[in-house]
Every structure is written in structure tokens, then in C-alpha cells.
Design a protein around this ligand. Structure first.
Ligand code: AMP
Length: 194
């Protein structure tokens, strides 16, 4: 019997562990991770990137990069990976992106199986990101400082959170407790997916 490939959106505030959980799904469960943050960082670090300083400034401030840029990056990748299991990490981040993702998958006769919200208290998030900001390894990011973090949390609450009810209405929303250990969160996610 042919294994069904899942398409999963991971939702949650900055620092909730989306990246970590995606990584586990990639390394152990043959998922392909589509992270718009990673795609944008990859693009902006290129010498002749069509996306200049403007985009880097937006990211460093913690604002959202314009939809048309992000959507083009992700649609291209969906076509490449459409027959695989995909984890969407950091996309969609607003209702328009959620609708575009939906339409684009529908066009390809693909269904989005799950939207998983990783919930973490905002106080705890602040501590996590401050810790990440202090670590002087290559995980450090320019947008891991307290000003940008506050902005990113604001953007999350005001612009990204409405997506949660969008997926709830579609009947594909699941919640996991992001304050549990990495292993338990991973178990919860696998239970939802399988
Ligand atoms: P992330 O690595 O997911 O935390 O994303 C880092 C930054 O990239 C965000 O703060 C935004 O500026 C930008 N970004 C990532 N994904 C998106 C998206 N789906 N829509 C708009 N901007 C995004």
C-alpha cells in the first residue's frame, strides 16, 4: 500500500519550537521542511539577490515581508515537493497567505492534512529568545533581540493568530503544549499526524 504523504502547517509564536520540531520531522520522518524564514535568509544572503537591503531591514525589525515575495518563494517549492510529506514552518503568517496556500494546494489536488498550533506562554517565550540571543553560536540571529522579539510577538498576536480560527473552521486544527519537553511535543505531533 502506498504511504500517504502528509501536508502539515506548524503554527505558533516566535520561539515556540517550530524550527526544532520541523528538524526532528525532517531527520527522522522524511519530511521536507518549507520555512519561509530560511528561504528568505538564503535569498538575502546571496550576492546578487533581487531582494535587497529593504527585505533584510524588514526582517531585522520583525515585520512581515510583503506577501508577493514570500508567496512566490513558497509556491515554487510546493511544486517541487508536492509528492512528499511537507512541513510548513513559518508560513502562512496571515490570512491572505493561508488562503493562497489553500488555493495553490487545491489546484494541485493536494489537501492540507493538519494545522498544528504549538502554544507557549508569552512570558516563557521572552526568556527562551533572550537565552538564544545570548548564545554566541551560529544559531544566533539578528532578529533575536528583545526589541525585535516584542515586535515579532505583536505581529504574531495581531496578524498571524487569526489563522488559527481559519484552520479551526476547516476542522484541521490541533493544539500541542509547547511548554512540554521537546520529546513530548514531538510525540504529540506524531500522534496527530499518524
Ligand atoms: P522566522 O525564521 O520564521 O522566524 O522568520 C524570520 C522573519 O522572516 C520574520 O520575522 C519575517 O520578517 C520574515 N518572514 C518569515 N516568514 C514569513 C512569512 N510567511 N510572511 C512574511 N514574512 C515572513
Amino acid at each position: 500500500k502506498k504511504k500517504v504523504m502528509s501536508k502539515v502547517v506548524l503554527l505558533g509564536p516566535p520561539g515556540c519550537g517550530k524550527g526544532t520540531q520541523s528538524q526532528i520531522l525532517v531527520e527522522n520522518f522524511k519530511f521536507f521542511q518549507l520555512s519561509t524564514g530560511d528561504l528568505l535568509r538564503e535569498q538575502t544572503s546571496k550576492e546578487n539577490s533581487p531582494y535587497g537591503k529593504e527585505i533584510i531591514n524588514i526582517m531585522n525589525k520583525g515585520d512581515l515581508v510583503p506577501d508577493e515575495i514570500v508567496i512566490n518563494l513558497i509556491i515554487e517549492k510546493i511544486s517541487v515537493f508536492k509528492d512528499k510529506s511537507i512541513i510548513f514552518d513559518g508560513f502562512p503568517r496571515n490570512l491572505n497567505q493561508a488562503r493562497v496556500l489553500n488555493n495553490s494546494l487545491e489546484e494541485k489536488s493536494i489537501k492540507l492534512d493538519h494545522a498544528i498550533l504549538i502554544e507557549v506562554d508569552f512570558k516563557i517565550l521572552e526568556k527562551r529568545i533572550l537565552k538564544r540571543a545570548k548564545e554566541s553560536n551560529n544559531k544566533k540571529r539578528l532578529d533575536d533581540n528583545i526589541e525585535t522579539l516584542n515586535k515579532r510577538i505583536d505581529v504574531y498576536k495581531n496578524i498571524t493568530l487569526p489563522i488559527v480560527s481559519y484552520y479551526k473552521d476547516k476542522g484541521i486544527l490541533s493544539l500541542v503544549n509547547g511548554m512540554d519537553s521537546i520529546e513530548s511535543v514531538n510525540k504529540e505531533i506524531l500522534n496527530i499526524i499518524n
